[in-house]
Ligand binder design. Structure first.
Ligand SMILES: [Zn+2]
Length: 383
């Protein structure tokens, strides 16, 4: 029992130290001790272990603040790799990602029309393809998939487009590749990607990321942790009904946010094929286009107002196709949002655009494996 506790403390401290090194470009042992409140001896011991694992490297000499100049430490970015997959609607994209979120290799394939089993085969095929690139060691696989996901058990509960129901994807991949696997809703993965690798976010920050690709979803981080709700569906705003008896949605309901505010809905309502064309007409001020796009923005803004009223989170990142409509669209979203909630709450809320595009989902799905615990990085110990 006592030993177990000691082991636990050791792991906890090691995570603290590694998290601090991850959060800095380079940092000295003394600075780590100051930030983590661990003793210098403990920090030195842990750092020795990290150097031995090759996870951390000494990268130079820092400025002296009286006394000896400190040696600076940095994460060895290419000492470990993760695989991230974005199961987007039109194509699946996979990538090998290093510890700094840099993509080293990618593989992609169009999604077959009669999906289900075929889509599953494609997931295996992409991972096989990436593993053949001989970039090593790969320590985990993260998947971002549309639909409702039970992340704890790695089960895709319901992904309508892929025709997956109660699919134990995590278990299947774990069994085949003998690696830790995480399965996340794609918008939740996108949120983690933007949080970790996008704008400048403090590690304990709150953040909402709205993901507007084919459909609409969102991911919510509270104190730097992904909030998934009791059933895993937290942030599933695309299927909240905003206009009764309207357009039939893929989920079977009518008037879901997705049927009005998504890129697909906008193109359908305008009877235009390409987003580029719609954007040009919008910017040129075509009245019909402006009406439809601003209507889409209006309903999204109303839902954002509801989210702010519920969560009072100060930063919201918008990402995906619809952001291509630019400042006019963003202003319309912002105005509707501000009209939908107490002024004092909306005034302090910042709407920003995402920076990572499709990469956010891949990076987030892989980073999720490390969000709470770095254990899987320790290859010497895991042998
Ligand atoms: Zn729906």
């Amino acid at each position: 029992m006592k030993k177990a506790t000691r082991q636990h403390t050791k792991k906890h401290n090691r995570n603290l130290v590694l998290r601090t090194i991850f959060a800095h470009n380079s940092v000295s042992r003394a600075e780590i001790a100051r930030v983590t409140h661990l003793t210098r001896t403990t920090v030195s011991e842990i750092v020795s272990g990290l150097l031995e694992e090759g996870l951390v490297e000494e990268v130079g000499i820092g400025e002296s603040i009286g006394g000896k100049s400190p040696i600076l430490l940095s994460v060895a970015a290419d000492s470990r790799y993760l695989i991230g997959l974005n199961l987007a609607r039109d194509k699946f994209i996979g990538a090998i990602v290093n510890l700094r979120g840099e993509i080293r290799e990618t593989a992609e394939a169009p999604v077959p029309d009669d999906n289900g089993d075929k889509a599953l085969e494609l997931v295996f095929k992409l991972i096989d393809q990436l593993l053949r690139k001989r970039i090593k060691p790969i320590v985990g696989i993260g998947i971002g998939t549309p639909g409702l996901v039970n992340t704890r058990d790695g089960i895709v509960v319901n992904a309508v487009n892929l025709d997956w129901r109660d699919l134990p994807l995590g278990q299947m991949l774990q069994k085949k590749y003998k690696l830790p696997v995480s399965v996340l809703n794609d918008s939740q993965a996108t949120a983690i990607g933007e949080f970790v690798y996008g704008g400048d976010h403090a590690s304990d920050e709150n953040l909402i990321v709205i993901n507007m690709k084919h459909g609409i979803g969102s991911g919510i981080l509270i104190n730097g942790r992904l909030f998934q709700g009791d059933g895993g569906g937290a942030g599933e705003i695309g299927h909240v009904v905003v206009q009764g008896n309207n357009e039939l949605c893929s989920c079977g309901k009518r008037g879901c946010l997705e049927t009005i505010s998504s890129a697909r809905a906008v193109l359908k309502n305008l009877d235009i094929k390409s987003l580029d064309q719609a954007r040009e007409s919008y910017i040129a001020g075509n009245r019909k286009v402006v009406k439809v796009v601003n209507g889409a923005a209006y309903h999204l803004g109303m839902v954002l107002g509801n989210l702010i009223g519920t969560l009072n989170i100060h930063r919201i990142v918008l990402t995906g196709d619809m952001t291509q409509f630019g400042p006019g669209w963003l202003d319309a979203v912002s105005e509707a949002m501000r009209n939908a909630v107490l002024a004092r709450m909306s005034e302090s809320t910042l709407l920003e655009l995402g920076t990572l595009d499709y990469r956010a989902c891949i990076l987030g799905a892989s980073a999720f494996l490390l969000l709470d615990d770095y254990s899987l990085l320790f290859t010497l110990e895991n042998k």
